[in-house]
Ligand binder design. Structure first.
Ligand code: CA
Ligand code: CA
Ligand code: CA
Ligand code: ZN
Length: 479
């Protein structure tokens, strides 16, 4: 497969722009770009496929409360891309010097019929005219160009706020400006870095790489990876099968795992982003501002936690492997909420903290601290030396509704009962595999069940199931 990388997903996004098309600052090593918001009378785009020959830029909208809200949303989306890659953007009022020109239009043709499509939200040229474009630009064209349809779906103040569909439209178009293509098969041909068609040894055009199985825009392809939650360059926004989206929430709020890997291939990673200890709280309510984010985090001791008052969440600490069924990342989310997190390739999130509900928590190969909290929780540490924290006797009840640890390894992982022990005045008494014998605060493990009898009635008051574990040692506990 032709492509700049050995990864089919990255090749699909990068095929038209296989190398950084811009200048790199020789001192900082950063790619520094400028953009200009252009207005009426400055530019018009000629579209050879359209019944409407020209699209003219119109005035930018303002409101008393939010000022130039379209421009502010676009600036925010530029920032979202520079958060993950070693690239920065500055606005300039001098269009002649700008790398990118950004415009809005209320041209009726955009909504009705443009460039062979109905309901076009926006369009963009790839940098330096790489590859086939949607339009041929007027003679005063030189830089990259994005134009947004003011009559498009969700092009409202709330729709262009992160979580809304208008904001995804902006992230998507700016992704094109940075060189990313759509993930599906558009039946194009591969190009050389100079934009010329690439031929194979037999003189045949080398066809474009695309996500396996995604043979058109709406086909999510093998493993369903042509979806917004995995790449904002998809047309299948959000995460299939989840609660209905509205124009104002339920969409991607950041570049997603494939996008992050692709722009980092072109420009390098932003290694100064979120280097401290960060806590990422899952969204708990379907409301404006809720959507899907991919966590890019360059260091520190980090945690994903459940929101207050959730009934069931999944927290999955595995970073996107970029290969296999979950190539685009595993999803952390509260059941029923149209938003949550994936984790970008190369990022390590160390800790997971569940909430009051019945949570499913999955660690990664790092040493994780996993806290289920109240509710019937199922916890998996995966590789590394993991610590499972129980802070209260109420965290895991006796009987079928007890918590389960699926992969505890005696001698490597730990069970942290120190807060429970403190609540019992440091009286927890490890009695190994023996039956309760009527003492206070006895701690035992037998038959796959870890149990505590607080009051000496020989009946457990706390119980955790440890799958596939036959015996434990005193040193398996933090007391
Ligand atoms: Ca961090
Ligand atoms: Ca819980
Ligand atoms: Ca682990
Ligand atoms: Zn596009």
């Amino acid at each position: 497969m032709a492509g700049p990388t050995s990864n089919v997903y990255l090749n699909a996004l990068l095929w038209l722009t296989p190398v950084n098309p811009f200048k790199i600052d020789p001192i900082s090593g950063e790619t520094i770009l400028t953009y200009s918001f252009v207005g009426p009378g400055t530019y018009a785009v000629f579209d050879p496929e359209s019944t409407y020959d020209r699209v003219a830029a119109t005035n930018w909208q303002t409101s008393a409360s939010a000022g130039f809200w379209e421009q502010n949303a676009i600036a925010s989306a530029f920032q979202a891309w520079s958060n993950v890659a070693n690239i920065s953007f500055a606005q300039t009022t001098d269009p002649a010097s700008a790398n990118f020109h950004i415009a809005v239009t209320n041209e009726a043709g955009m909504s009705s019929y443009f460039s062979g499509e109905k309901g076009v939200q926006a369009f963009t040229t790839l940098p330096n005219n790489y590859g086939p474009n949607y339009g041929v630009f007027a003679s005063n064209y030189t830089p990259g160009w994005s134009v947004f349809n003011q009559q498009g779906y969700a092009w409202t103040q709330s729709g262009v706020t992160p979580g809304g569909d208008g904001y995804v439209t902006i992230l998507h178009e700016l992704g094109h400006l940075l060189g990313l293509d759509h993930p599906w098969n558009e039946k194009g041909w591969f190009t050389n870095p100079d934009g010329s068609p690439l031929y194979d040894a037999n003189g045949k055009l080398v066809t474009e790489p695309y996500f396996p199985g995604a043979n058109n825009a709406s086909n999510t392809g093998q493993y369903g990876l042509n979806q917004g939650i995995f790449t904002v360059m998809s047309y299948n926004d959000g995460w299939k099968g989840q609660p209905a989206k509205t124009p104002n929430y339920g969409y991607e709020m950041t570049p997603m795992a494939f996008d992050i890997a692709a722009v980092q291939f072109l420009y390098g990673a932003n290694m100064s982003y979120h280097t401290g200890d960060d806590t990422y709280t899952l969204p708990g309510v379907n409301e404006p501002g809720t959507g899907w984010s991919c966590i890019w985090d360059a260091g520190g001791d980090d945690t994903i936690q459940a929101p207050a008052n959730e009934s069931a969440c999944t927290i999955d600490l595995r970073a996107a492997p970029l290969t296999g069924p979950n190539a685009g990342g595993d999803v952390s989310w509260v059941s029923g909420v149209q938003g949550g997190f994936t984790i970008a390739h190369g990022v390590t999130i160390e800790n997971a903290t569940g909430g009051n509900g019945a949570d499913t928590i999955i660690g990664n190969d790092a040493n994780n601290v996993i806290t289920g909290g109240l509710g019937q929780d199922t916890m998996t540490g995966a590789g590394g030396s993991d610590t499972f924290v129980f802070a209260s006797l109420l965290d895991s009840v006796v009987g079928k509704s007890h918590d389960v640890i699926t992969d505890f390894v005696s001698g490597i992982d730990k069970i942290d009962l120190s807060k429970i022990d403190a609540s019992l005045h440091q009286m927890l008494d490890w009695i190994g595999g023996a039956a309760f014998n009527g003492g206070l605060d006895e701690l035992r493990f037998s038959g796959g069940l870890l149990q505590i009898d607080v009051n000496g009635d020989r009946k457990a008051d706390f119980e955790v199931a440890l799958a596939n574990v036959t015996s434990l040692n005193r040193r398996d506990f933090l007391l």
